[in-house]
Design a binder for this molecule. Structure first.
Ligand code: OFO
Length: 164
């Protein structure tokens, strides 16, 4: 079964994923309220994915005979200034989450819990994709930005969830 310290860092990450999901939902709401439906949908899907990430950890802990902790979420940002600042915030958040998984993997290796280290590999792959997508969003914004282009940007970001 899981070592105490490994269970603890997995539970902490469950809370991070829950927060991430709630933050993306908040970004989605803001975008929809601005009439940016494409980006609103993009972030709504992103919120769903973060919840799936959380549940994947929940299942892992549970099936390993541990005790998962259902996280609380608070301090969810609601006041955003503009679309670009949301896109930058999203990239920064993903970079931070990647760093979490690096540290967790290192912890598991030191604790000689190679099973969990291997489980975490999935997240590192996923983070690579998410950072790539978040970086692409900022590129799209910066390449296309002009007052007339905001709805084209909105559509391009929306379509990112179809590609890959
Ligand atoms: Fe995009 O963060 Fe989850 O793992």
């Amino acid at each position: 079964s899981l070592q105490e310290s490994v269970q603890e860092i997995l539970n902490q990450q469950m809370a991070v994923e829950a927060h991430s999901s709630a933050l993306y939902l908040s970004m989605s709401a803001w975008c929809y309220a601005q009439g940016l439906r494409g980006t609103g949908e993009f972030f709504r899907k992103q919120a769903d994915e973060e919840r799936e990430h959380m549940m994947k950890i929940f299942n892992y802990i549970t099936h390993a005979g541990g005790l998962a902790v259902s996280p609380e979420t608070s301090n969810i940002e609601r006041n955003f200034t503009d679309l670009r600042s949301i896109l930058v915030m999203s990239l920064e958040q993903e970079i931070q989450i990647t760093e979490n998984f690096n540290k967790m993997t290192e912890h598991c290796q030191k604790a000689r819990d190679y099973q969990t280290a291997r489980f975490l590999q999935w997240y590192l792959d996923e983070q690579y994709e998410e950072e790539k997508q978040a970086r692409r969003c900022i590129e799209i914004f910066d390449q296309m930005n002009s007052k007339d282009a905001i709805f084209d940007i909105d559509r391009e970001i929306h379509d990112l969830k179809k590609k890959d």
